[in-house]
Design a protein around this ligand. Structure first.
Ligand SMILES: [Fe+2]
Ligand SMILES: [Fe+2]
Length: 135
């Protein structure tokens, strides 16, 4: 799996959210590197927990901004966030309790939702927020 890199196409038009997306990318890359270097389950679990924490904070930030701006598609966006987080939490839980978790497919899944979510869903709020003076 390749490293995630920032490029202009990733911008959602809201600076603070672009910054947070960059932080999430870094956290995913760190997890990926740990796997490449054969890190143990404990370290992988720690990095995954960190990623979950960042993801949770990021989703809360986005939802707060959308709420402030009266974004009409907030409910649907929030539903997507819930479902993404639930899947990551489930995998982390299984990992923590020693159940078989294929971490590489999980990482691929994380990367895919991340790119897909930013490009198709997060981008929708950009123009609306910009119009409310949030950029
Ligand atoms: Fe986002
Ligand atoms: Fe989002």
């Amino acid at each position: 799996m390749s490293l995630l890199t920032w490029n202009h196409a990733c911008s959602v038009g809201v600076r603070a959210m672009d910054d947070q997306h960059g932080i999430l990318m870094d956290a995913m890359n760190e997890l990926r590197l740990a796997l490449v270097h054969g890190a143990g389950r404990e370290q992988v679990s720690k990095l995954l927990d960190q990623l979950i924490e960042f993801t949770r904070m990021h989703f809360a930030s986005e939802e707060y901004l959308m709420e402030q701006a009266g974004f009409p598609e907030l409910a649907e966006h929030r539903r997507l966030h819930h479902s993404i987080l639930a899947q990551i939490l489930e995998a982390a839980h299984r990992l923590q309790y020693g159940e078989g978790v294929e971490i590489r497919p999980l990482l691929c899944y994380l990367r895919d939702w991340f790119i897909e979510h930013i490009e198709s869903t997060d981008r929708l709020y950009g123009p609306w927020l910009n119009e409310q003076g949030i950029g």
